[in-house]
Design a protein around this ligand. Structure first.
Ligand code: GDP
Ligand code: MG
Length: 426
């Protein structure tokens, strides 16, 4: 079984939480794209964790975790994340963590470049991309320019250090142009020595490992970061991430382009949230936004930024489901809507006086206005419900309406952040 767990919306749908729950039936959990711009919150019997780079399966002793070649890895951040988890009693060894030799290393100068460019954009246009400032877009750019370092190079530092002067000469042309001090070779060597060396024992050909695991009949889960609308090709460019967040990329980003997914589970939120900039058609403002943000605790896990919020957006979600090829949905955070007497849903967009129900190109999106429909809320606490039969009629009707609007089965519904706070619908 090869299952992808991916985001249907703008990210922060609760993927980490669903991976933590569903990984019970899996032997391997693999992150296949993105870097430490991810913030996956998991709450279980071991505590509350925010995972940025490590797969969310790291909290289960039965799971082997893989960081695939599609990832960009800030080695300093990873060393810190591993140390924090170890302090919390989580075991991490080369047996339960495998890092792809082909994964890319995010360098301190990528972080610097990200910050310099967001600041320049802000000054020049007043419209920054809303980057997490963790170096993600510069490091992916370098990957495609073939100027990046890969994790496997840490096993052969002599060669790596020979490559370093030319890479830095090239990078410093950019750094100087922004008016910053050039990056020094000795600082970068010290960086590799300090944060690269401790990771060496985890580095391997994860493609070989995953193929063998698959042959042996193991169940493999692919964990996405962010959501469909942040995908570099299909998302709201340029307000996206710089990687492929979609399920179809999972086998490539994991290191097994020869394997095909068995199924794709889309994680979809019962309302909308969007961290950072870009068009967000169904956005609430003022008191309405404040109320939903507080109820949902919508502050970025990686950055602490307040997230923009709005009601469920059927247009964007349908598009997200299509991009992800989702076979079924896990609907999260339904309990956040407990106190509403009436719940709004964005069913369509209006553009130039016409109703549209397909998600348009980003430029057009700016002109779209949301069309809301109101449904009756359940107005009671559902956080203790564990069976479909225990849900109030209105909550059930809300789930069924979302299924109908999205033309996709909602298999799981979560009603709290803890591992067991969920309902299996089918
Ligand atoms: P991810 O990036 O997709 O993994 O999602 P985040 O962890 O960034 O954001 C989801 C937030 O919602 C986290 O703070 C979770 O603890 C919380 N959460 C997840 N599922 C539920 C739920 O069903 N109800 C409530 N109230 N909170 C949830
Ligand atoms: Mg998140």
């Amino acid at each position: 079984m090869l299952t992808s767990i991916c985001g249907i919306n703008w990210g922060d749908e609760g993927k980490g939480r669903m991976v933590d729950l569903l990984s019970e039936k899996f032997d391997v959990v693999c992150r296949y794209q993105g870097g430490n711009n991810a913030g996956h919150t998991v709450i279980n019997e071991k505590g509350r964790f925010i995972l940025n780079l490590l797969p969310s399966g790291i909290l289960r002793e039965t799971v082997v975790n893989v960081m695939g070649c599609g990832m960009v890895i800030d080695i300093k951040h990873l060393c810190g994340e591993m140390e924090n988890l170890r302090e919390a009693g989580i075991k991490i060894t080369p047996q339960n963590l495998k890092i792809s030799d082909k994964a890319i290393i995010t360098m301190p100068y990528h972080v610097l470049q990200d910050v310099m460019e967001e600041d320049r954009l802000t000054k020049a246009t007043g419209k920054p991309y809303g980057s997490t400032r963790r170096g993600i877009s510069p490091v992916y750019a370098d990957k495609y320019m073939k100027k990046a370092f890969r994790m496997g190079e840490l096993l052969n530092p002599e060669l790596m250090y020979k490559r370093l002067p030319d890479i830095l000469e090239w990078k410093n042309m950019t750094v100087r142009a922004y008016g910053f001090e050039p990056v020094k070779i000795e600082d970068m060597i010290a960086y590799f020595e300090t944060y690269g060396k401790p990771l060496r024992e985890y580095i391997c050909d994860t493609g070989l490992y995953l193929n063998a695991a698959n042959k042996a009949g193991k169940n493999i889960m692919f964990e996405a970061q962010l959501g469909a609308l942040r995908d570099i090709d299909f998302g709201i460019v340029p307000y996206t991430s710089s990687s492929s967040t979609i399920a179809a990329y999972a086998p490539i980003g994991a290191g097994v382009p020869n394997l095909k997914l068995t199924n794709s589970i889309g994680i979809m939120k019962a309302y909308s949230s969007c961290v950072g900039a870009g068009p967000f058609t169904c956005e609430y403002f003022g008191e309405k936004a404040e109320r939903l943000r507080e109820l949902g605790g919508e502050y970025g896990a990686a950055t602490g930024r307040p997230r923009r919020v709005g009601p469920f957006d059927a247009v964007a979600s349908r598009y997200g489901i299509r991009c992800q090829g989702a076979d079924e949905i896990a609907l999260t955070k339904l309990d956040v809507l407990d106190s509403y007497e009436e719940i709004e849903i964005c069913t369509h967009y209006e553009l130039d006086g016409k109703i549209i129900d397909e998600f348009p190109f980003t430029d057009v999106l700016d002109e779209c206005k949301p069309v809301f429909e109101k449904v009756k809320g359940w107005n009671c606490d559902i956080s203790a419900c564990r069976k479909k039969e225990e849900l109030p009629e209105e909550a059930l009707a809300y789930i069924r309406l979302l299924e109908k609007l999205c033309d996709c089965k909602i298999k799981y519904v979560s009603v709290g952040a803890e591992r067991d706070a969920f309902i299996e619908m089918y």
